[in-house]
Each structure stands twice: as C-alpha cells, then as structure tokens.
Design a protein. Structure first.
Length: 258
C-alpha cells in the first residue's frame, strides 16, 4: 500500500449537519447489528486507531461505540509501557488486552508505536523496529487465521489543522488536559512521523488486516468514513468465510438524533 499523505484530498467535508446526523445514526445502528452478529458467531473484532496528535481518534471511537452494547467491548488507551512491561516482549501487553471471541477490542494507539514513536524517539534501535514489521504482520495473521477480524484506521490531518486544534485545546479549560508538552514536541518532528507512517502502510497493509486512511480535517466526514470502512471490511470477511450477515440499512430515521 503506497500512500503519500501529502497527496490526500484533505478538503473533504460534510456540509449538511442534518444529513450527517442521519447518516451517522444509521451507521451506528448498522454497527450495533454487526456487534450482535459477531457475538452470536463468536467472532472477535480488533480495531486499531492511529494518527497524528489531535487527529480525532477519540471522537471517532466515541461515535463508533455510542450505540453499542458496552458489555461486549473494551477501549484501550495505549501510552508508554510501564516499567514492569519492559521486562517482556513488547507485544505481550497487547496479547493480554485482546477481546474474547465475540467481543470487540478497540486500541487507541497500539503495537504500531514500535515503528512510530519508539522508532522516532530512539526507544527502539533500528534492528528492533525493522524486525517489528514482520512480527506485527505475523501477530495480526495469527489473529485473523483464527476467529478475529482486524481493521486498522489512520486518521490524518494537515499541519495547519493540527495547530488550530492545539490552540482550541489550549484556550478551552475543559480541553486543556488533552494538550501536553509532548504534543508540541511531536509537532516539531512532523516530517519524521509522516515518513514513518508511509513506510508502515507499505509494509503492514495486508488483505487480512488492512489499513484504512481517513482524511480527518473535517471531523464529521472522518467519523462517518471510519464507520463505513469498518463495516465494509467486516461484511467482506463474513462473506468470504461463509458467515451469513443479517441485512443492514434498516430505516432508523425516526427517534432521537445522533
């Protein structure tokens, strides 16, 4: 998968707020339908969210899970490994967080930190992060060879949009906790992160565990695009494995708004 992030169509937007709410609501109910289907068939779903700081990962995850049964999912916010976790292979802490068959595990950042932040910040030496590309592909292949579906989403924003969101967070007392000194430091290494991400797509995008690249300058567009892409891959895998999937797209235009 050869992706040049600076060539994406970053002007894609959702102009009509009413239409956005209607479509989001429909997609959320489709996702609930899929959740129940996967639960009944005992198929686990692993969703990975990566992207530059302030790209909207949390907002996309919130909308994705908003109407799901909370008893059947877990969201993992991944940060730097704890001292005791450094005594193990870096994938060990992710094995421990995998969902049961029939449940959903969502990773807000993931094992790809090995080839992104650990690579760029020097926490992993070159032989370690080079080796990680194969380790990660083998890890994901192991999951999808069994009863799991894996989808990986990269939310991308422009450097100008990121600065606007940083400033908004800095000026909003209810969002200041989202902005850290590390975010500003990472911004200074923008080009390094873009180069590392593009190599990551090229070396870890597979049919069984694909990358979905989402233009996220417009949050509404990004949230619906994430849901559409995830649903599309799930339905494709179910079809290939001969797992019948109940009809989606029932009319949910009545009732409360999304």
């Amino acid at each position: 998968m050869n992706v040049q992030l600076n060539e994406l169509r970053m002007n894609q937007r959702y102009e009509n707020k009413k239409e956005y709410r209607k479509e989001l609501k429909q997609l959320q109910y489709d996702m609930l339908n899929v959740q129940q289907h996967l639960f009944n068939k005992k198929v686990g779903l692993v969703l990975v969210f990566e992207g530059l700081d302030a790209a909207g990962k949390g907002g996309a995850i919130k909308r994705l899970t908003e109407r799901l049964d909370p008893r059947g999912l877990m969201v993992h916010a991944i940060s730097a490994p704890q001292p005791h976790e450094l005594r193990y292979h870096y994938l060990q802490r992710f094995w421990r967080k995998l969902p049961q068959h029939g449940q959903i595990g969502i990773f807000d950042r993931s094992w790809y930190g090995r080839v992104l932040v650990e690579r760029i910040e020097g926490f992993a030496k070159k032989p370690e992060w080079e080796r990680a590309f194969k380790e990660i592909k083998d890890f994901e292949q192991t999951l999808t060879d069994e009863s799991y579906i894996v989808v990986k989403c990269w939310l991308h924003i422009t450097k100008e949009e990121q600065l606007e969101r940083f400033e908004e967070r800095r000026n909003d007392p209810y969002k200041q906790w989202k902005l850290t000194d590390e975010d500003w430091r990472n911004r200074e290494k923008w080009t390094d992160y873009v180069i590392a991400a593009e190599e990551m797509f090229k070396r870890t995008h597979t049919e069984n565990a694909p990358w979905v690249i989402v233009e996220a300058n417009d949050k509404k567009y990004a949230r619906t695009a994430v849901l559409k892409s995830i649903l599309e891959h799930i339905m494709q895998v179910c079809k290939e494995k001969g797992i019948p999937l109940a009809k989606l797209n029932n009319d949910v235009s009545q009732g409360e708004e999304a």
